[in-house]
Design a protein around this ligand. Sequence first.
Ligand code: NDP
Length: 248
Amino acid sequence: MTENIKGKVVVITGASSGLGEATAKRLSEEGAILVLAARRSDRIEKLANTINENGGKAIAIPTDVTNAKQVQSLVDSAVHQFGKIDVLLNNAGLMPLSAFESLKVDEWEQMIDVNIKGVLYGIAAALPYMKKQKSGHFINVSSVAGHKIFAGSAVYSATKSAVRVISEGLRQEVTPFNIRTTIISPGAVKTELLEHITDSDIQTANRAYVGNVGLTPDAFARLIAFAISQPEDMDINEILFRPTAQEL
Ligand code: NDP
């Protein structure tokens, strides 16, 4: 097992599919205790059962990250059940890409609510515990799109840039409390992320591209394990990764 993961209490938002699900599986193999959050309770309950049947430890807490009270209750439940929170992986997110002229204002709002406010609610819920513990680790999921803008990505890119800005500001402020912060910016990975694109041309093009070059979610999970497993005095601040074949 990798150093420094065993026994850690790790809360993962967006654990019902894709990157969050793969990370839960990976970290459970490394001995972490998982607190799984997402809206689809059937999925996270099934995942928790599988982890527990395989000798790991996991609980599922249905959570909508756009609801600050639910996010607080998620973190409170983790601490109540396991006595601490070591890592919060703010991973829940969505990417309904579209051109501005399509005026998909509801989708812009959804992205702001989930991708930005969801992360902020996670910070608000976990920071007081981590401060008191004098330890903890926030891992916030940005994107290559948080570094680059392309046609159709502006609002998504804005939310993922915001995640980077929030994380760096947080990093500077929480150093006195021995809290680590990591920004992880994935390139193309094969998950359900493209399912929520409502512009069919953009969806088709992205499906073809990610289908061709996309990595499997374990690539992300390995990097999360790498960041968590570093000695406590070492903070992996930022990880940017892409499939080797990805140009953008
Ligand atoms: P998926 O669509 O497979 O997973 C998204 C997860 O977010 C699901 O578990 C979903 O759960 C959860 N989620 C969405 N809305 C909410 C909500 N309101 N409350 C709680 N959970 C929510 O995509 P990925 O695994 O790819 O995405 C994970 C993260 O990675 C996202 O932040 C995404 O932006 C980022 N990312 C992904 C890349 C990729 O290529 N796959 C590239 C760069 C970044 P549920 O619907 O059950 O609530």
